[in-house]
Design a protein around this ligand. Sequence first.
Ligand SMILES: [Mn+2]
Length: 248
Amino acid sequence: MLDKIAIISDIHGNLPALEAVLKDIDRRGVSQIICLGDMIGKGPHSKEVLEVCQIRCQRIVKGNWEDFISDPKTEATPFIQFYRNQLGEERLAYIRQLPSVTGFWMSGKYIRLFHANPHSLYDRVYATSPLEKRLALFEVPKLPSTESSSKAADMIGYGDIHEGYLQHLEQGRVLFNVGSVGNSCDSIPMAAYVILEGHLHRREEADFSIQFYRVKYDRMKSISDAMKVEIPDQEAYINEIKTGLYCR
Ligand SMILES: [Mn+2]
């Protein structure tokens, strides 16, 4: 029996999308859920999404939204303050102490996971970024990590760009993006996540797979909740949920 690990990212306060993904995960024999950050912001349910992630995810790393919303150095504009008020000081303190990188062995590959980049939460890498930039993602992280490993990775998974993809790079290296649960921007307005399947903790070569899932969820509920709580940039958010395209 192979181990299955689900990887979710960029929920962005969209509770109906998260609930649909968790329901899908629950019927697939997954033993562990890892969240790659940006649980909060944008949508109407930052607090609820954070609480569900704390219960359901075995590991959580920080995204750029967790970072700038919880950082006391970020100016308290009405936009920032809206999400700070939703979350409250206790949850902001929890968010602040989250690690930025995690990793594990699976089927002979060292897999490293983070939100955007292992060296900075704000250095965005796309599928079409220069090869040099994509290869730098495999290097030993500069950001705080849950791992003790100072090894270059064999496989990298991340979030941040709201657009899933998979690439095979030189020397057997695999690079993938898990897409976004709650704010998909690849023109498919459905929740996205990934399941890795293989032998967890095994350092010897063995079978593995990566599956990309798309899950239908109640988009109208996300939209009506966004109108009810009057989120900032409401119109752009509603358009993004409807179209699956980045609208701001
Ligand atoms: Mn994001």
